[in-house]
Design a binder for this molecule. Structure first.
Ligand SMILES: Cc1cc2nc3c(=O)[nH]c(=O)nc-3n(C[C@H](O)[C@H](O)[C@H](O)COP(=O)(O)OP(=O)(O)OC[C@H]3O[C@@H](n4cnc5c(N)ncnc54)[C@H](O)[C@@H]3O)c2cc1C
Length: 617
């Protein structure tokens, strides 16, 4: 039959991001905020990738689930989680999806294309000219043209189509001399997983497995905790230290079950085998639940199955090669690269070679370390495709380094760095590699946007607060007002790096910035405390939920007025009510002034005010 219609359109952007997981979303928002006209092309109906309601992996980071809380990732990922925390006390994944969708929709320079799959690309002389996509819901084929592309597909699909150099499986010890590398290179990779969730109904519930369920026995599961009963006492929360101690040994229950339901397939490449693996995971998920319900006493008599994921999350596939391949040695030596743009701190988290089917070993072997490491800018762009950035788990690492960098907060901060870099590429008219002379500017923008880079502080010459004098209505010892310009925006190594008021008087507390000379300002940036000791992520895991507090972090400043003065006369006033963010950016018409007064009248519950940073532009 003759084709009668051609639904086809072509679009031009400054930056096209493919893949709307946390890495791609942060890349797209960041590029848009820095002035680039951005398209985010995403195959699914909801944003967030593995962290979305479709897959429900909770976000971990360099804080190692609170073992080193001072290293929590900030910037965009933290902003999104705080937004969620203010609206979603009961861990609804639908609300989390909406928070992410809203964040993308709000950006005026960002156009998001959901249910849109990139299936090909056109290259010329080692550059990507365009990508071809189809939006399956509308049957529309869309060609996106841009000077800069970001591969945030997880699998490195865009790089693969474009002919980018990539790696899979494990490097041999010989190649990088990594302590945990095998003598001979192999094709082992961590597998895909479907999560399940069940809840206690308070009365006995029957379960009949579907005919396709694959049975599992107690003997096969002897190294995998799979009881339903929580052995920890919730009345002890919120006491994070105690929960930390307990969570390692407690029964995980079936609230966040089970990360070890993991298969990697039999084929050489995990990607073409995805649907076979999916069907097997689906069958094992029901087989496992059948075992828990009907195969002996697992404390699950009253439990009903609420949710079984249908879309497996992927951990490991292609790693695109950049100008630097991050290795396990870089991580264990805690390298601070000159061109660091991201940091990580998760352990080298390796899984059993055959996943669930490796019945005789523990499902994971985590090599722990303290502290953090950095990832250089050179790991975030392709070595041979000159206009291709990488973000997320497909960045340039060895297998062993990926075992740490794949953690979602690390993927998201990488996305933010890449998005900012993409906008700088447009500003300077260069390719990712050509941005190298401007990496200092990129690092400063990351810090300015509430990122953290160990070993780097605010040295932004445009920030007029750095030469101003600060006084305050009161302060605690160690929380002197001038600390708001020491360049670090978190408690670190026993230092507060903040102005901390001595309580809050009935009329509030005042922080005053006296500029070194009158200036025309159009923006003030304030960074408040939120206390990293309390996690704020959305999670199905009960023992992670009860580490958290209900509501907005108490330490965050809630109500304040920022007044600009010239020769003691008020020239501008901005009133802020009900703040629940760490970074507050106040934009206003250019105003000549010599003083800024920040008068804080309420926090979200804390009895002192903590301000890490004031910047003035
Ligand atoms: C079971 C499991 C447990 C895990 N546990 C944790 C944990 O506890 N904490 C933690 O932090 N991390 C954990 N991880 C790791 C983490 O989930 C991933 O490494 C991380 O989500 C990768 O982020 P990303 O943005 O690179 O990719 P993804 O989250 O995979 O997002 C990529 C998105 O790109 C889209 N896409 C792909 N191809 C195309 C295309 N051609 N066109 C358009 N869109 C496309 C996909 O649909 C996908 O949504 C776990 C992973 C798994 C599977």
């Amino acid at each position: 039959m003759k084709r009668t219609t051609e639904r086809y359109t072509e679009k031009q952007f400054d930056t096209v991001v493919v893949g709307g997981g946390m890495a791609g979303l942060c890349a797209a928002i960041s590029a848009a905020r820095h002035g680039a006209h951005v398209a985010l092309v995403h195959a699914r109906p909801v944003l967030g990738g593995n962290a979305s309601s479709e897959i429900r992996i909770h976000i971990s980071g360099a804080d190692q689930s609170l073992k080193q809380a001072q290293y929590a990732e900030t910037g965009l990922i933290y902003e999104l989680m705080l937004e969620n925390k203010a609206r979603n006390d009961y861990y609804s994944y639908s609300i989390w999806d909406a928070v992410l969708f809203e964040a993308a929709k709000k950006e005026k320079n960002l156009e998001t294309f959901l249910n849109t799959v990139m299936y090909d690309c056109e290259t010329e002389g080692g550059r990507i000219k365009s990508i071809s996509c189809v939006q399956e819901t509308t049957e529309m084929r869309i060609k996106f043209n841009a000077p800069i592309f970001v591969d945030a597909t997880g699998n490195g699909t865009l790089g693969y189509y474009a002919g980018a150099e990539y790696r899979q499986g494990s490097e041999s010890k010989h190649e990088f001399d990594e302590p945990h590398a095998p003598e001979v290179a192999n094709n082992e990779r961590m597998g895909n997983t479907i999560l399940i969730k069940a809840y206690d109904t308070g009365k006995p519930v029957k379960f009949t497995p579907p005919s396709f369920a694959k049975p599992l026995t107690e003997e096969q599961l002897k190294y995998r905790m799979h009881c339903a009963v929580h052995k920890v006492d919730s009345s002890m929360a919120p006491d994070p230290e105690e929960w930390l101690r307990l969570s390692g040994t407690s029964c995980r229950g079936v609230d966040y079950g089970y990360w070890w339901l993991e298969l990697m397939g039999e084929k050489d490449d995990i990607i073409p085998d995805y649907e076979n693996i999916r069907d097997d995971l689906y069958a094992y998920a029901y087989g496992l639940w059948d075992h828990i319900k009907n195969g002996g006493n697992h404390g699950a008599e009253n439990y009903a199955l609420e949710w079984v994921g249908a879309l497996p999350g992927m951990r490991e596939s292609r790693r695109l090669v950049g100008d630097h391949i991050l290795t396990e040695n870089d991580i264990l030596e805690h390298k601070i690269f000159d061109d660091a743009v991201v940091y990580g701190g998760w352990c080298i988290d390796l899984h059993a070679a055959k996943g669930l089917l490796d019945f005789e070993v523990l499902p994971s072997d985590c090599h722990h370390f303290s502290g953090v490491y950095t990832i250089p800018y050179r790991s975030y762009y392709s070595k041979n495709i000159e206009n291709l950035f990488l973000a997320g788990r497909d960045i340039s690492t060895s297998k062993l380094a990926l075992a740490s960098t794949r953690i979602i907060a690390c993927c998201a901060t990488g996305g933010q760095a890449v998005g900012t870099a993409a906008a700088l590429c447009a500003k300077y008219g260069v390719n990712p590699r050509g941005l190298a002379p401007h990496v200092g500017e990129l690092q400063q923008l990351i810090l300015k946007d509430d990122g953290f880079l160990p070993g780097f502080i605010n040295t932004d010459k445009a920030d007029k607060a750095r030469t101003a004098t600060f006084t305050a209505s009161s302060h605690k010892v160690g929380g002197e007002p001038e600390k708001v310009t020491d360049g670090i925006t978190r408690r670190l190594d026993g230092e507060s790096h903040a102005w901390i008021s001595d309580g809050i008087s009935a009329s509030g507390e005042k922080l005053t910035m006296k500029l070194s000379k009158p200036e025309t300002l159009s923006q003030i940036r304030l960074t408040f405390d939120s206390d990293f000791k309390y996690p704020i992520r959305v999670t199905m895991a009960y023992n992670r939920q009860i580490q958290q507090r209900i509501g907005v972090p108490a330490e965050l400043v809630r109500d304040y007025t920022m007044t600009l003065k010239k020769a003691e006369k008020e020239v501008r006033k901005i009133v802020v009510k009900d703040n629940h963010q760490r970074l507050n950016v106040l934009d206003f018409e250019p105003t000549e002034c010599d003083t800024a007064e920040i008068h804080i009248t309420a926090t979200n519950g804390a009895d002192v005010i903590t301000v890490f940073e004031v910047r003035a532009y």
